[in-house]
Write a protein that binds this ligand. Structure first.
Ligand code: 4AD
Ligand code: MG
Length: 448
């Protein structure tokens, strides 16, 4: 076929004109002389209509009937070139419709496993390569794309340079119990858990830097918030206080939500996401609450009728029911600041005058989505950092480059990491993180 192919998202530019579309048949219905095709081409879904008398008028009785029968018999996910006239149609969800003049089958599709009926999650996950074609899955990936785009835009507007951290590393950035180890020519190497430590070196060379790449955590958690491979946006910046860092993170998250509202409104509609809530998160300031105040609040409310979290003591880490309650209590994304040093990473700077708390923050999303950002001000003192590395049982030799940054012109600096899939799940309003990435890697999932 030598015709120019028009994408479905572009058909509105061609009202009244004849166009050809390359698409897959997502669904089909019909009655007598009419056949309705639900077509999708990745950019959008819309309806094309074949009317038998038109086919006969155009091609004659025999050929027209044969063509119409071909349309009627199309099976799900058959790929086709469809030529027709674009019509405005207020009744259709998309607002436009195609009046089919001709159709050519490109690739047959027999017994497509994912039918319009309900399927179980395991079945859908086994068929992830096909499940990705479904309307909701397409919408989620469009939202993911909008967030990535908005992220690059935000960093560029705010003077950040993209700095690529390595994936293969000789040290642990976060937690030695959650490392994927691999053989590196006879020595152990680890898949990166976060680009942060290298990004700090970048910040001392280039100022404001960010990275965006896959990170890996051998976490044996089987929750709706955990993947073993996920994509992280890390940012690092010198000469900023922790308070200023929170301002930056807040502006960043708002820019990402706005980016989705601007770039993927149709996707939000498909997912029936409450966009008034998203707009509220942009319009209202995020809440900031100290860890110890959050614990006190949880203790005060633990006997309330509508709470279902376990008792928690000062010094304990939150479980997800605690996180959910805190962010729902405030109704907007909430920074919990100054956690205990005991369960946070070695590189965080203590709160002045209180060695047991660190200058860090987790950003908790409302509606039960949990932590989407982890960030902190970094320890700048060589001796204190070395002592911390040693007390955590880490080998200082593995962190020699990182310690050097405190030897040669150490400066105050902060940074954060946002988990892309957590953010996608939150903005899309979907239940489980596994749908936020094309091919999720989880405790019991490596295929497809
Ligand atoms: O809180 P985390 O562990 O922080 C860091 O890795 C820092 N080095 C970041 C930095 O300061 N540059 O991870 C950051 C974010 C979390 O807030 C969460 O959104 C996401 O990464 N995350 C996960 N997402 C999916 N699956 C998992 N197993 C995740 N673990 C963390
Ligand atoms: Mg964290």
């Amino acid at each position: 076929m030598s015709k120019k192919i028009v994408s479905i998202s572009d058909v509105k530019k061609y009202v009244g004109q004849e166009v050809t579309i390359g698409a897959w048949v997502a669904n089909k219905s019909g009655k007598g002389k009419l056949a309705f095709l639900q077509l999708r081409d990745g950019t959008a879904f819309f309806q094309a209509v074949a009317f038998k008398p038109n086919f006969i008028e155009q091609f004659g009785e025999e050929e027209g009937t044969a063509k119409f029968d071909t349309v009627k018999r199309l099976s799900q996910e058959t790929s086709v070139y469809v030529t027709g006239v674009v019509k405005e149609d207020e009744r259709s969800k998309f607002g436009y419709e195609l009046d089919i003049r001709d159709l050519e089958v490109i690739g047959e599709s027999q017994d497509y496993p994912i039918t319009p009926k309900e399927h179980g999650t395991d079945f859908l996950m086994d068929n992830r390569h096909l499940w990705l074609r479904s309307r909701k899955q397409v919408a989620i990936q469009q939202i993911r794309n909008a967030i990535i785009y908005a992220s690059y835009e935000f960093f560029d507007r705010n003077g950040f340079i993209k700095f690529d951290s390595p994936i293969l590393s000789g040290n642990a950035a976060e937690n030695t119990t959650e490392l994927f180890e691999t053989d590196y020519f006879g020595s152990p190497a680890f898949l990166s858990q976060s680009g942060q430590l290298y990004l700090e070196a970048g910040a001392m060379a280039l100022g404001r830097v960010f990275d965006f790449g896959p990170v890996f955590r051998a976490e044996k958690s089987k929750t709706r918030r955990h993947l073993t491979e996920f994509w992280m946006m890390d940012a690092e910046y010198p000469f900023m206080t922790h308070e200023q860092s929170l301002d930056l993170q807040e502006a960043y998250v708002k820019a990402l939500i706005q980016g989705v509202l601007d770039r993927a409104p149709q996707a939000l509609e498909t997912l029936e996401r409450d966009t008034e809530l998203l707009k509220k998160y942009i319009a209202e300031p995020f809440k900031r609450v100290a860890y110890d105040d959050a614990i006190s609040l949880l203790q005060e409310h633990e006997a309330d009728e509508d709470t279902d979290y376990e008792h928690i003591e000062h010094g304990d880490d939150f479980g997800s029911p605690h996180e959910t309650w805190i962010s729902n209590y405030f109704g907007v994304p909430t920074f919990v600041v100054n956690y205990p040093a005991s369960f946070k990473a070695f590189y965080m700077k203590p709160v002045p005058g209180n060695e047991e708390r660190v200058l860090c923050a987790d950003l908790l999303a409302p509606e039960g989505y949990g932590e989407i950002i982890g960030g902190s001000e970094r320890e700048t003192d060589y001796d204190k950092l070395l002592a911390k590395i040693e007390s955590e049982g880490l080998n200082p030799a593995d962190y020699a480059f990182y310690l050097d940054l405190r030897k040669y012109g150490s400066v105050p600096h902060c940074g954060f990491g946002l988990g892309l899939e957590r953010m996608v799940t939150f903005v899309a309003g979907t239940k489980h993180i596994r749908e936020a990435i094309p091919f999720p890697r989880m405790l019991h999932r490596l295929h497809p």
